[in-house]
Design a protein around this ligand. Structure first.
Ligand code: FMN
Length: 198
């Protein structure tokens, strides 16, 4: 069975971003996947302290929820990461977790103890979901490379973006004409695409 994990970086429970993620996960569940949702604000982890010990060992020395969370995410077949845009980027909750994945970067590029084969990447797909209040051009642009860093560290091919701006004008994601339907369709598609490859 395809396993899908949805990670919400929004501290606002059941707001625009988590609702968009829920639609994606419902679509995936409807396609037969095993689905789990993780809400980052309910976990306890600190920002990376930059000690660089992981560059020697490939192991993060900070003992909190971050590493077990990242390991759970890595076990999924589809990783859906969702964030509202805060000050033109992803939230502190999500960026903090992504920084804590630095030990994976160290394994890949410093200790050379981690590599992902093309076959692994073909079977692990990453999707980014985001909402923004404004219609500012490029409002999502700063998020893409940050999310790419996470997918790259965890071994997921960056499949697609589902990003919706002008939440203020629409009165929230439920008032958006297509967002929730498109997210559900993307959830179904992500599962069906992987099933076709098995
Ligand atoms: C602290 C903060 C910063 C924000 N910064 C931006 C921003 O830079 N650009 C933008 O378009 N919207 C910004 N917004 C609006 C949110 O991105 C938007 O309302 C989003 O849909 C909220 O999702 P949520 O309901 O999951 O919290 C900001 C909201 C907050 C609370």
């Amino acid at each position: 069975m395809i396993r899908v994990i949805g990670v919400s970086g929004s501290p606002h429970r059941h707001g625009n971003t988590e609702t968009l993620l829920d639609a994606f996960l419902e679509g995936a569940r409807g396609a037969g996947a095993e689905v789990e949702k993780v809400v980052l604000s309910t976990f306890a982890y600190t920002p990376c302290r930059g000690c660089n010990l992981c560059h020697r060992t490939g192991i993060c020395v900070v003992k909190d929820d971050a590493v077990s969370l990242l390991e759970r995410m890595a076990e999924a077949d589809v990783l859906a990461v969702a964030s509202p845009i805060y000050s033109m980027g992803v939230t502190a909750e999500l960026k903090g977790l992504i920084d804590r994945a630095q030990y994976l970067w160290a394994r890949r590029f410093v200790t050379n103890t981690l590599d992902y084969s093309p076959d692994h990447l073909a079977r692990h797909r990453g999707v980014f979901l985001a909402t923004a209040g404004s219609d500012w051009p490029g409002v999502f642009d700063a998020s893409y490379p940050v999310v790419r860093a996470l997918f790259s560290g965890l071994g997921f091919e960056y499949e697609e973006n589902l990003v919706y701006d002008e939440m203020d004008r629409h009165g929230g994601v439920r008032g958006h004409p297509t967002a929730l339907v498109e997210a559900a369709a993307a959830g179904r598609r992500a599962v069906e695409t992987l099933e076709a490859r098995q």
